[in-house]
Design a protein around this ligand. Structure first.
Ligand code: HMG
Ligand code: MG
Length: 303
């Protein structure tokens, strides 16, 4: 059943570009360039931003400088600076670096859990339960991710019934919201509807975030369907950068600029300045091994 989208409503867009966007780049911008990118995105309006990840630097070399990125940031009040962590070791590193919140991540499919974090879904949830209890005691907020919510590059299609219990587990252990990842970007509005019918029957929409990758160009259409179904939280990556080293078919995340354009034209409030996001992306020009092919830069002209 669709809900009316009312102009003036607030939509939260979490900026994941500095982590999901850059983790897969072959040529990685310097620590200083990452810091400039993050600060520019915060200046553009990001109020929750994923700064980096505290994973094995052997597995994801592009995020090896996350401590230095946190150390070099000039922080702004009212902004939640997030760090992605796979385990207790990552949690300790993230807290020592000064993050405001950690994001734990697992999957709806065993094949991806094994490839991405070298464990089973059940083992990852058990690790996160201990981590979340410690975080609660230490006043650190915890966010959850469930990957491969529509399909897995190893196991094939994912059923909504595989997703729902993982979301419930993450919320039960204290995650303030859970992001549902279309890791390989194969979902369509029909997939979104099937999944959200199942998820929103069990958990409040305020706790649900949609995280789209744009392999088939469906990211904005998927976000619109999720909006119609009552979701008001989205992840996005400036410039549409992104991918996952453990899902080779994944392309970039849905671009922050595309979602902002969609939401602004529906009269929704995000607090972002689209031209400033485009300018933040321009700051990466020449620092990657590919041109930044964002449509937005053509549409906006010089920003
Ligand atoms: P493992 O090799 O099974 O771990 O990796 P281990 O516990 O056997 O440890 C092996 C070595 O790694 C040890 O060092 C540990 O100390 C070290 P050694 O004794 O060999 O010198 N280690 C660590 N070092 C630094 N930080 C840590 C850490 N943990 C262990 N936190 C592990 C397991 C989870 C660490 C590994 O699989 C890993 O790092 N995976 C990275 C996964 C990743 O970052 N994937 C991309 C992000 S997820 C994503 O993109 C999806 C998302 O966007 C949503 C979506 O789109 O669906 C979130
Ligand atoms: Mg992702």
């Amino acid at each position: 059943m669709s809900e009316r989208i009312r102009p003036g409503e607030r939509v939260e867009v979490t900026e994941v570009g500095p982590r999901d966007g850059l983790q897969n780049e072959k040529v990685v911008p310097s620590t200083a360039a990452k810091i400039a990118f993050i600060e520019a995105l915060v200046d553009a309006g990001a109020r929750q931003i994923e700064v980096g990840s505290f994973v094995s630097p052997r597995w994801v070399p592009a995020m090896a400088d996350s401590e230095a990125v946190f150390a070099g940031l000039t922080r702004q009040p009212g902004v939640r600076y997030l760090a992605l962590v796979p385990n207790q070791h990552g949690y300790q590193r993230a807290v020592a670096a000064g993050c405001d919140a950690v994001a734990v991540f697992t999957a709806a499919s065993e094949g991806f859990a094994r490839a991405n974090i070298n464990t089973t879904i059940a083992q990852s949830l058990s690790e996160f339960r201990g981590l979340a209890a410690q975080a609660r005691a230490e006043g650190v907020a915890v966010r959850g991710y469930v990957s491969t919510v529509f399909a897995c590059p190893y196991d094939g299609p994912t059923r909504p019934e595989q997703v729902v219990p993982v979301v419930e587990e993450l919320l039960a252990m204290g995650c303030y919201e859970v992001s549902l990842g279309d890791t390989i970007g194969v979902g369509t509005p029909s997939h979104v509807e099937r999944l959200l019918d199942a998820v929103l029957a069990r958990v409040p929409a305020e706790c649900v975030v949609m995280h789209f990758h744009d392999t088939w160009g469906m990211g904005a259409a998927n976000a619109w369907r999720a909006l119609e179904l009552g979701v008001r939280r989205f992840d996005a990556s400036a410039g549409g950068l992104g991918g996952c080293p453990f899902a080779k078919v994944a392309t970039g995340n849905v671009a922050t600029e595309d979602l902002l354009y969609l939401f602004a034209n529906a009269g929704l409030e995000t607090g972002y300045d689209l031209a400033k996001v485009a300018r933040a992306v321009r700051g990466l020009a020449g620092l990657l091994d590919h041109p930044l092919a964002s449509r937005v830069h053509k549409a906006l002209g010089p920003v």
